[in-house]
Design a protein around this ligand. Structure first.
Ligand code: CAO
Length: 562
């Protein structure tokens, strides 16, 4: 068993542990982060010095650690074998990977190097030069954090570079305007490369010269700021007596003068974001950064990805589908822009979401409503009842009867997709066309109401909807919806399931058709219906049974009394 100790922290002591990246029993690879510590200048991951199994964690979040403290114990893996002991404190054997960087001191101070200097207060154009990268060369640019013309403050991040050991920011050497940027993400840079130019407004003489004092960070707080800005610690380049692996410095932030594109996150989180193709700025803007001092954590990136997957599709594209390209229609003729009503915007989003989320199938059928229409018309003609009877309340009642017999249609799929939530109430939504757009008021407890009661409810809701006077409660709780275009026309249409419901009945205009009955052609009034359903919940057989049963009930409406 070996101990993982805190390496040289560049002069810092009592540094706060802000993240525990592993648990007891975890198998780790060499250089996997064990804990993350944070000073007010930098965030550093303390990596595993070898592959193996974590036995015990000796620290917890919020603890303060200093160089040499034991943070965990590890059982070196088979592959770590003989190297295992090389990484523990007090062992003189050099780390096997120190050859990678020529065995440099693990803390290499890097300060922006430029030949162009100016006096304080003058505006000067000067090249932006890649400083000493702690022995690394051909380091990949993973983020260009500024644009040409952008005003930056001294220490604002210009570029983020990443080796397999560390993530480094190249900060602006001075306040000023970016005149040019010559690199892009994916390019490789080395010390001395000119990456662009800045028109600086104020430069403190000597600030950009190389400095040799590797302990100055602890000596002079005013100097410390500039000296800390690109301090690279090579991951395994440890030749000190304490053979614990050196920390990999993640992105240091001073909290002030932070540009929009500068995000506070460790290398592992940046890597994860890149793997997902996610912008950390968007993560911060959308789901926020939940770490101390707005540090983006792994969970933030994961939450952002979940959020994007669940988010309502819009005309900007959804489910990974490319958006429809914008067209300047005025090139072809006069156009005018009409704002969508609030209801139209809400229902557009809702319908798009339903259409994308639900695997729809539509079952068509034709129902002979000749006898029902005769009955309906005679009732209206007699004028016995105050309420005018249209076809719709008969449909609502018949649907409710089928829902009782086939409860799978009176259900919703639980969000986890594991359970069906079957409702024991019968509330049916009725699509109503209004000047403001489509609304779906809900006739409640249909099982307790007569066809006349339902007709009265439908009429009242349609009037209220068209007058814009529906109460929110009237629009809630629907189990199943009916969209009737029968009063208007059409032979068939495929309605969109009104999620979280699992089916919807579309009704088109009834028409007289010749039907072969008892050895002769009979003129019969035929009602076309279309049942769209969520195929995750309802299979085709059940859908056909639904429309068949609906047909029986409406072709002999005496069944509705039973
Ligand atoms: N076939 C033939 N005639 C029909 C019919 C059908 N399927 N459905 C209704 N009719 C008749 C009615 O019986 C009535 O005839 P009478 O005046 O002779 O009695 C006439 O058409 C007008 O009916 P209505 O539309 O006023 O009443 P309704 O109860 O049938 O419908 C309502 C009410 C609110 C559903 C309807 O007015 C409406 O708004 N429909 C549009 C629904 C909608 O927008 N759906 C969205 C589709 S997807 O965007």
């Amino acid at each position: 068993m070996d101990e993982i100790r805190v390496p040289d922290l560049g002069g810092f002591e009592g540094v706060e542990v802000i993240e525990i990246s592993v648990s007891s029993g975890d198998k780790v690879e060499q250089d996997d982060a064990i804990i993350v510590v944070e000073t007010d200048k930098a965030t550093m991951e303390i990596p595993a010095p070898m592959a193996g199994e974590i036995i015990e964690l000796k620290v917890k979040e919020g603890d303060k650690v200093s160089e040499g403290d034991v943070v965990a114990t590890i059982n070196a893996g088979a592959n770590a074998g003989s190297d295992a002991g090389d990484h523990t404190a007090g062992d003189e054997t050099p780390d096997s990977s120190s050859a990678d960087d020529g065995g440099q001191d693990q803390t290499t101070e890097v300060v922006s190097d430029t030949t162009s200097q100016s006096g304080v207060g003058s505006a000067t154009e000067q090249p932006l030069v890649v400083p000493d990268l702690g022995g690394f060369s051909d380091v990949e640019v993973i983020e260009v954090s500024v644009e040409v013309g952008q005003q930056v403050a001294e220490e604002d991040t210009l570029l983020v570079l990443e080796t397999d050991k560390a993530t480094m920011e190249i900060p602006a050497p001075a306040e000023g305007e970016i005149l040019s940027i010559k690199v892009k993400a994916g390019d490789k840079v080395s010390e001395g490369d000119v990456i662009g130019a800045i028109k600086s407004v104020s430069v403190a003489t000597g600030e950009f010269s190389n400095k040799d004092d590797k302990t100055s960070g602890a000596e002079d707080s005013s100097q410390q700021n500039s000296e800390e800005k690109v301090k690279v610690q090579g991951g395994s380049a440890d030749t000190s007596k304490d053979k614990a692996s050196a920390p990999r410095q993640s992105v240091p932030q001073t909290g002030h003068g932070r540009s929009d594109k500068t995000v506070y996150a460790g290398p592992a989180v940046r890597k994860l974001a890149r793997e997902f193709g996610v912008s950390l700025n968007e993560v911060v803007a959308t789901t926020g950064a939940s770490g101390p001092r707005e540090r983006v954590l792994q969970e933030d990136v994961q939450n952002y990805v979940k959020h994007r997957l669940n988010e309502a599709p819009t005309t900007k594209g959804g489910s990974g589908i490319e958006p429809i390209p914008e067209v300047d229609f005025s090139r072809f003729g006069n156009v005018r822009h009409e704002a969508l009503s609030r209801i139209q915007k809400i229902s557009a989003q809702h319908l798009h979401r339903c259409w994308l989320n639900i695997p729809h199938v539509t079952q068509f059928d034709e129902i002979d409503i000749t006898d029902l229409e005769d009955f309906r018309k005679s009732v209206n003609q007699q004028g016995t009842y105050e309420t005018k009877l249209t076809l719709l309340p008969f449909l609502v009642k018949a649907v409710q009867k089928v829902l009782v017999e086939m409860p799978r249609f009176n259900a919703s799929l639980a969000p986890d997709g594991e359970t069906l939530i079957v409702k024991e109430y019968y509330h049916i939504g009725v699509a109503v066309d209004t000047d403001q757009g489509l609304m779906v008021p809900v006739v409640k407890n249909v099982d307790t109401k007569s066809v006349l009661n339902i007709a009265a409810d439908c009429m009242q809701y349609a009037q209220q909807a068209r007058a814009g006077k529906l109460k929110p409660d009237a629009l809630q709780g629907s189990c199943f919806s009916i969209s009737s275009l029968g009063g208007i026309g059409g032979t068939q249409f495929t309605p969109i399931v009104n999620a979280p419901e699992v089916a919807i009945l579309g009704v088109s205009k009834a028409a007289i058709k010749p039907i072969w009955q008892e050895g002769e052609w009979q003129p019969r009034l035929i009602l076309p219906v279309a049942l769209s359903y969520d195929h995750r919940v309802i299979d085709g057989v059940l859908a056909a049974k639904f429309t068949t049963r609906l047909k029986q009930l409406l072709e002999d409406s005496r069944h509705l009394l039973l």
